[in-house]
Design a protein around this ligand. Structure first.
Ligand code: HEM
Length: 273
């Protein structure tokens, strides 16, 4: 059984989100061929069993009534440190952003590794190994092209663009693997990467620009159109995809959040290298 526990009996798990071993759910429903009738029957049995179990215990998960994105957000916010976000619960490690002393070399490493991650995510949704991924093509949140323009600008300014480094390379490999065999976990990374960038990522971008780029706003932090509407469109699509997941699959997705923070945190730390 997955270890994300409903509010009713373990609110404290979210206070200390040390999520143990990540178990892959036995059922990978997204991988079932749509035409496979016997699988569809099996799925109906599972869904009705889950519903009965949920009804009988009347369990509720934080954010559940608003849709699955709210559940993902709830878990993510608690994994922030207290100085990163109001809802954060983790103790800070390292200096708070106010005390950062970034340098261009470190920031360039961060941008290069970020580009590798966004290139990977965008390639994966285009390839759509699972048909559900195709919902996330051309959302307007894509960052790969804007990062390419930024790196070109740095080059024109005379800066050497570094090769991608191990945090970005490891994350990219991990995402490729997940996307082929664990769609719920992959979607967790997709959500966290794009939404983190639109929130904390922008704050970081502004701060670093003031400190080392004379306030120049990079393309990485500009979107075509209304960002809040683009985010809302993606929230709705994510909610719809997750509607077909069992509770166990949803929990499996939520449990992946910690890994998303770990990988993205390693890339963020490049700014200070
Ligand atoms: C220095 C690092 C970070 C800072 C300063 C930061 C800060 C923030 C802030 C201020 C918010 C908005 C809270 C609100 O809506 O009231 C936020 C939201 C969020 N952050 Fe972070 N964050 C950081 C790192 C991360 C990382 C590493 C991840 C995961 C990869 C992440 C995932 C998210 C998500 C999913 C949201 C919700 C966005 C939404 O609801 O639209 N953050 N963050």
């Amino acid at each position: 059984m997955a270890s994300i526990t409903p509010i009713s009996n373990s609110q404290s798990l979210f206070n200390k989100p040390q999520i143990p071993t990540l178990k892959k759910p036995k059922l990978q429903l997204l991988s079932l061929p749509i035409s496979n009738f016997s699988s569809k029957k099996a799925r109906m049995v599972v869904v009705s069993a889950t519903t009965a179990a949920e009804k009988s215990s009347n369990k509720r998960y934080p954010g559940e009534s608003k849709g699955f994105v709210e559940e993902m957000r709830f878990v993510a916010m608690k994994l922030h440190t207290k100085d990163q976000a109001k809802e954060g619960e983790k103790e800070s490690q390292g200096p708070p952003m106010a005390k950062w002393e970034p340098k261009i070399e470190g920031y360039l490493k961060f941008l290069v590794d970020s580009k590798l991650v966004f290139d990977t995510l965008e390639r994966i949704v285009h390839k759509a190994a699972f048909p559900e991924y195709a919902n996330f093509k051309n959302t307007g949140l894509e960052r790969s092209e804007s990062l390419a323009k930024d790196l070109e600008w740095f080059k024109e300014q005379g800066h050497a663009i570094p090769e991608a480094s191990s945090p970005g390379i490891s994350y990219s490999k991990y995402l490729e693997e997940l996307s082929e065999n664990d769609p719920q976990a992959f979607i967790c990374h997709f959500y966290n990467t794009y939404f983190a960038h639109s929130a904390g990522g922008r704050m970081i971008g502004r701060k670093v620009a003031q400190m080392i780029l004379n306030g120049k706003e990079l393309e990485f932090y500009k979107w075509d159109g209304d960002l809040s509407q683009l985010l809302q469109n993606v929230r709705e699509k994510l909610n719809r995809v997750a509607e077909s997941w069992t509770r166990e699959e949803k929990n499996h997705c939520l449990e992946e959040t910690e890994k998303s923070f770990k990988y993205s945190g390693d890339i963020l730390r490049l700014i200070l290298s």
